[in-house]
Ligand binder design. Structure first.
Ligand code: ANZ
Length: 894
């Protein structure tokens, strides 16, 4: 009884594909051949194995790839593992077993499960980010980030004076120029305050901290200063924002990236504060102020703020006349200088307290505003009036210039602050008509804040100007006077790139030591030919609760290399898990290359990724970091195009049966192994695609799985004679030609499935195939010319059963490269459609017309109908309404 039995046919075909390397991708597409690079977000191989969310996206790309091969494209469809990360290290801490052991076990489980689902990956291209030969190139890319163009020149023995350093930098002297060169590095060290998570024993990136807790594990996070490696992603902010235009991504994900990058356009303005004795200017320094403004109007606005000014950033230069105080961040370098003796104690105390708070705590709107007066004043460049300078922690040192002019009448935070500290509130914008007369009066009296645009008041010659016009005018004036200029700021912060963990890529960096074993401050990059820097053997994985990395406990041979007689200490921080996923899509293309991360010709042939599918949770982290690295590699000539992922699709979340998120604690997790055991991989694949649109959130249903399983059983019986003893063709299969109705069903199905696959609309494609099976199950004779193309259409979705049926139909090779079925458009079209014909608005009859019948053809079909002819005969036609494809209405009189 040859029943449909996935348990026998699935392993059979998986073994066949494996042995024959059926899905090996060519090194490059053939001359003139179209290519498809379809990429899945590679999994983190956790100890739990695959969950049903993984096969959702993986099946979608697999269908696309399998159809593309049959359509003659060269297909790149690789898989790998994002295998650095905390859990393996935590397991090592508990058991003392090296993280590599557990990682390899987990990878083996994932690989088995992925193979069990019949995905058409080219397994010879598999990579894991923890492979030494892989992270050798991750380290190589880090060196590209660390390197500057100037390093190369220096290596060629050219002194700094011969380098292409801008003139204005050279004028500042050689020391300055050297520092400047260092500042051009995209990888640099900094000891900024960091998010230290004692429970995880690591520093976290801002992106990994949510409401003061770690994203992973929900542990408290505190702020402390620490030497860290940073990547200057901010240098790419503008391009990361602008190049989103080039991409075929959903508007939702683009918007998330844009918000994260947070481009803001405004102006920088210099407020005079004087220097030395006169520091903290008041109106008494007006003579000095006048001579300064005169110099400024001659020299123009300097790139870096000069000592006698406080530089601020504002998005509302049109409110300059309403600035009633200024605020500098507690970390601002001018705090000491501008604080007068009377205020020193209060200011110091305030700054110490602010250092303990996170940026989020400091800037939240609802929080009570705090601050202290420095005792000093700055001079407002538009009217020469003194403005008191305060220190307050709602201004962040890391944004803009770390200093603001405060306009309480038109900014909410400033309004709250001014109310709290009794600072004058001066309205300079007349509210628009959308504000009630009552509220407008309050706004003008400084009793209510107004943040919208409007018309300028109390602003001297600018009165009457609309906000946008005023902004442009005043910015131009400031520019002319050398007092300000247009400026752009980004919310994006530099990327904190070091972790105090063991299980990550070591940095290829050496710190020079002096004779006493202290760091000299000189840093050396590990020479390219000495890569990779492998992780050392460690006996003790336990974190010590201090932020020094575990690699500090590495054996001396690893930790203290001597090169050319100089002793060094290796960098002991490791890279974050994001590093490995920043470029894996490149390595798949050339995984064995020992000379370079990727061969340029191969890169050019396959990149960019044509379809990237994965979860929406990666909207800002992985997808932004990878774009950043790609752009750096582009600038360094390693890759040939500015963006890595041309089309991005986010699969929707799969919920539990009860519509709740699947989780261990809710006990509603579905294990793909169990589903495959009961119904087979083809049913799991088909079900996950049939649940609904790929991008929608949808609940699991075992009944649904059983439904698609039954469908596959019907498809099986269409081809196979289940009553026979041996596997063979059903007696209904015939070599006779198909009749018209059968042909129409076939061609409609081919067209619909072809289009649906192209649009990633897999659920509707499956529905069409179900209709096909229903139709042919009722036919006495099933022509081979109909059922063979159907098996090919089914194969990307349910590849195992399709291969088996193909074999039963008498073919002896895999169908993976069979030409994709073609449809005849005239047969795929509906023959005719029915259109209601009304007389005086009442439907009297229906007529058959071609689906693309135009106005004339539709009208004549209606007139030709005997009933209509009789009803309008001899009457006056007042009006005739013809909507092709919809209806005809004769309005008649008499
Ligand atoms: C005066 C003003 C008047 C402002 C007004 C707003 C409204 P974006 O870029 O859109 O977030 N600001 C500037 N630097 C800051 C810092 N380091 N910390 C906290 N706040 C800062 O907003 C920029 C505005 O945020 C700037 O424009 C400044 O306040 C404030 F009616 O300047 B504004």
């Amino acid at each position: 009884m040859p029943r449909y039995n996935p348990a026998t046919i699935e392993p059979k075909w998986q073994a066949f594909w494996d042995e024959n390397k059926t899905f090996a991708a060519p090194a490059k597409p053939a001359e003139g051949q179209a290519k498809l690079y379809a990429l899945d977000m590679f999994p983190y191989p956790s100890g739990n194995g695959l969950h049903v969310g993984h096969p959702e996206g993986y099946t979608a790309t697999d269908i696309t790839c399998r159809a593309a091969r049959m359509q003659g494209k060269a297909v790149m469809h690789p898989m790998g593992f994002d295998s650095f990360g905390l859990p393996a290290e935590e397991h090592a801490i508990k058991t003392g077993e090296h993280p590599r052991v557990q990682t390899e076990q987990n990878i083996a489980t994932f690989r088995r499960q992925l193979k069990m689902l019949g995905f058409s990956y080219d397994w010879d291209r598999e990579i894991a980010t923890t492979d030494v030969e892989y992270f050798r190139w991750t380290q190589w890319i880090f060196l590209k980030l660390y390197d500057t163009w100037f390093d190369k020149e220096q290596q060629r023995g050219r002194s700094i004076g011969e380098l292409e350093v801008p003139e204005h930098v050279m004028e500042m002297g050689e020391d300055f120029a050297r520092t400047w060169v260092d500042e051009q590095r995209l990888a640099f060290q900094s000891s900024a305050p960091v998010n230290w998570c004692p429970a995880l024993g690591t520093v976290l990136a801002n992106e990994e901290v949510i409401d003061g807790k770690s994203e992973r594990g929900d542990h408290p996070v505190v702020r402390m200063p620490l030497r860290q490696w940073m990547l200057r992603i901010t240098a790419y902010a503008e391009r990361l924002e602008k190049d989103l235009e080039l991409l075929d991504w959903s508007e939702g994900i683009k918007a998330l990236q844009r918000n994260w990058i947070g481009k803001s356009t405004g102006a920088e303005v210099d407020f005079y504060v004087g220097t030395g004795e006169s520091s903290g200017a008041t109106s008494s320094v007006s003579a000095e102020y006048k001579s300064w403004t005169k110099t400024r109007s001659e020299t123009g606005y300097p790139e870096k703020p000069t000592d006698e000014v406080l530089r601020i950033y504002t998005t509302r230069p049109d409110t300059l006349y309403g600035a009633t105080y200024m605020v500098i961040a507690p970390e601002h370098p001018y705090v000491d200088r501008l604080t007068t003796a009377d205020n020193a104690k209060a200011v110091n105390k305030y700054c110490e307290a602010a250092a303990m708070k996170s940026d989020l705590d400091r800037t939240e709107l609802a929080k009570e505003k705090t601050g202290v007066f420095t005792g000093s004043y700055a001079i407002n460049p538009v009217n020469g009036e003194p403005v008191p300078i305060w220190v307050a922690d709602y201004v962040l040192i890391s944004y803009g210039t770390g200093a603001i002019m405060a306009v309480p009448a038109h900014d909410e935070r400033d309004f709250e602050f001014a109310q709290q500290f009794n600072i004058p509130i001066k309205a300079v914008i007349q509210p628009g008509d959308h504000v009630s007369a009552e509220d407008a009066a309050k706004i003008l009296a400084g009793e209510m804040v107004y943040t919208d645009p409007g018309m300028a008041i109390n602003s001297s010659d600018y009165n009457g100007l609309k906000t946008e016009e005023f902004k442009a005018k005043i910015t131009a004036w400031l520019d002319e006077q050398g007092l300000g200029r247009q400026a752009v700021n980004y919310k994006l912060r530099d990327w904190l790139f070091s972790r105090q963990r063991f299980w990550g890529e070591p940095f290829p960096i050496l710190h020079e030591l002096d004779d006493e074993g202290n760091k000299t401050g000189h840093i050396m990059a590990v020479p390219e030919e000495d890569l990779p820097v492998d992780l050392p053997h460690l006996d003790d994985f336990k974190p010590h609760g201090r932020p020094e990395p575990p690699l500090d406990k590495a054996p001396n041979e690893w930790l203290y290399p001597v090169i050319d007689g100089v002793k060094y200490k290796r960098e002991t921080n490791t890279m974050p898990q994001w590093a490995g996923s920043c470029w894996y899509y490149l390595r798949y293309l050339d995984p064995e290359n020992t000379e370079a991360p990727i061969d340029p010709e191969i890169e050019k042939a396959w990149m960019p990724v044509d379809l990237y599918v994965g979860g929406a949770e990666h909207a800002v982290l992985h997808l932004l970091y990878a774009r950043f690295w790609h752009k750096v590699l582009y600038d360094r000539g390693v890759v040939s195009a500015p963006e890595p992922f041309q089309k991005l699709v986010n699969q929707g979340m799969i919920l539990g049966e009860n519509n709740e998120k699947m989780s261990k604690s809710r006990g509603n997790v579905i294990n793909p192994d169990d589903v495959v055991q009961e119904y087979g991989a083809d049913s799991l694949r088909l079900y996950e695609m049939f649940m609904g649109p790929l991008e929608a959130t949808k609940p699991w249903s075992m009944q649904g799985v059983s439904g698609v399983y039954n469908f596959l059983g019907r498809a099986w019986r269409l081809v196979v004679d289940e009553r026979a003893d041996e596997l063979g063709l059903a007696p209904s299969i015939t070599d006779e030609p198909a009749n018209e109705a059968q042909l129409r069903t076939l061609h409609k199905t081919i067209q619909a499935v072809t289009d649906d696959i192209a649009n990633l609309s897999f659920n509707t494609a499956i529905a069409r195939m179900m209709e096909f099976v229903n139709f042919f199950t009722k036919e006495k004779q099933v022509p081979r010319t109909c059922v063979e193309p159907f098996v090919l259409l089914l194969s990307p979705f349910a590849p195992h059963i399709a291969e088996e049926l193909w074999q039963v139909l008498g073919h002896d090779d895999t169908l993976a490269y069979e030409p994709w079925p073609q449809f005849d458009a005239s047969l795929a079209k509906d023959e005719s459609i029915e259109i209601p014909v009304q007389v005086n608005g009442k439907v009297k009859t229906k007529v058959q017309v071609a689906p693309d019948a135009d106005k004339e053809a539709t009208e004549s079909a209606a007139r030709a109908d005997a009933k209509v002819a009789e009803l309008i005969d001899g009457k006056e036609l007042v009006k005739l309404i013809v909507v092709p494809g919809k209806l005809v209405n004769f309005v008649v009189k008499g």
